[in-house]
Write a protein that binds this ligand. Structure first.
Ligand code: PLP
Length: 416
């Protein structure tokens, strides 16, 4: 690889891939790897889905950069209309940017202007991005902030309900987390100084932990009482990843602002936020924007992705393959004592490893990921503050045979 590339990027593998197709990536010599990373939960319809490729090619030949402040290409409105159809009730209008971090920042900017309140509460273990503000909102690992302090102020951290880690059921975990949050609002940031509570409906980088429905219900109640806005960061969990179009749908709770990126366009960089027309109406015109937000090729890729997800049964496939995956992984637990928890929704699945004394076992996870790649040509990544979780995030078009191949590789790697 070129010596002119910056060394700052963490590298999970040293593979030089030149092509991606469906759930596989290929080296220049044709060697195939089953890609259960999806480029970190991005390639929802698989690598280079023909319908997404065709939409990008057609748009690229028509209009590449239609800047939203200069003039409007109808495709940006078409994407907003389509998102209105598939997002929960009460999410009426959309703003577009390029990355998940930018979109999360946009959500905070909207929340601050709309509420005239400064502070934001995030969950312990959260990942919201790498910009200065979203880095301050990210608490999954110190490595993301090393050498960058001091970070922007006004961010407060509350526990995410962790039933497995705390050794309690989900209702008890919710009760404890909500109680600590209420205490935080009395001890550190008063409701009338708090603009938003930002939560990943399934904690992503922090450990692939679904938030219990009761937690969301409690958050909604609290936000309704206090006027704090509830922001669902669906960057990783959205667009079918969890077997529903958006993970928050499991709870039936309505967020005030939704943030999305990653799976929306199968890998083309486009992101955005959605909110009610009333809330969006409070965002002062001209006070936010960006050169590339709403890029026509991104919009075309997103529209094609949403069509594939909805018309080709891909969201249902994510649900069914997720059930298949968790059943197969749970069956492995009897033979692998260290595999202490299998959890998740749809194709956002965690396999957590602990030592006999219950402490996190990062060494086994590193060994499994390495063996699966080297011996079986299956690519996995880890997650969790302690790096002791193998995370499963294949493309949503994955087949039952590909799930079987990955589980077999994982199982063999567990004993290697
Ligand atoms: C939940 C969540 N929010 C925000 C981000 C940041 O997205 P991006 O890397 O596109 O800036 C990520 C990235 O992993 C994420 O998982």
């Amino acid at each position: 690889m070129s010596e002119h590339l910056a060394g700052v990027w963490f590298q999970a593998t040293d593979l030089a891939v030149v092509e991606g197709r469906g759930c596989s990536v290929f080296l220049a010599d044709g060697t195939e790897y089953l890609d259960f990373t999806s480029g970190i939960a991005v390639t929802s319809t698989g690598h280079c889905h023909p319908k997404v490729v065709a939409a990008i090619q057609k748009q690229a030949a028509t209009f590449i950069h239609s800047q939203v402040n200069c003039y409007r290409n109808p495709i940006v409105g078409q994407l907003a209309d389509r998102l209105f159809e598939i997002t929960p009730d009460g999410i009426d209008q959309f703003f577009f940017s390029n990355s998940g971090a930018e979109a999360t920042e946009a959500a905070v900017k909207l929340a601050r202007q709309a509420t005239h309140r400064p502070n934001v509460i995030v969950m312990d273990g959260s990942f919201h991005g790498r910009t200065m503000l979203t880095m301050a909102m990210t608490t999954s690992k110190t490595g993301y902030r090393v050498g960058y302090q001091p970070l922007p102020a006004g961010i407060f951290v509350t526990p995410f309900p962790r039933a497995f880690e705390w050794g309690v059921d989900e209702d008890e975990a919710s009760r404890r987390a909500l109680s600590t949050l209420r205490h935080l609002l009395k001890s550190q940031t008063a409701p009338d100084e708090t603009a938003a509570i930002v939560i990943e409906p399934v904690l992503g980088e922090g450990g692939y932990i679904p938030a219990p429905d009761t937690f969301f219900e409690g958050l909604r109640e609290l936000c309704d009482e206090t006027g704090i806005l509830l922001v669902a960061d669906e960057v990783q969990s959205g667009f079918g990843r969890t077997g529903k179009m958006f993970a928050i749908e499991y709870s039936g709770v309505r967020p005030d602002i939704m943030v999305f990126a990653k799976g929306i366009a199968s890998g083309f960089p486009i992101a955005g936020i959605g909110a009610s027309a009333d809330l969006m109406g409070k965002w002062i015109q001209g006070s936010h924007g960006g050169t590339y937000g709403g890029n026509p090729i991104g919009c075309a890729a997103a529209l094609a992705t949403i069509d594939v997800l909805t018309n080709d049964g891909i969201v249902e496939n994510a649900f069914d393959r997720g059930e298949q995956l968790r059943t197969a992984l749970r069956a492995l637990q009897t033979d692998h004592a260290g595999l202490s928890d299998v959890r998740g929704r749809g194709l956002m699945v965690a396999t957590e490893f602990t030592n006999a004394d219950g402490s996190p076992d990062a060494a086994t996870v590193a060994r499994i990921i390495e063996a699966a790649r080297r011996e079986h040509r299956v690519l996995f990544m880890n997650c969790g503050t302690n790096n002791n979780i193998v995370r499963w995030m294949p493309p949503l078009v994955v087949t039952d045979a590909q799930i079987e191949r990955a589980v077999a590789a994982f199982s063999a790697a567990c004993v290697a």
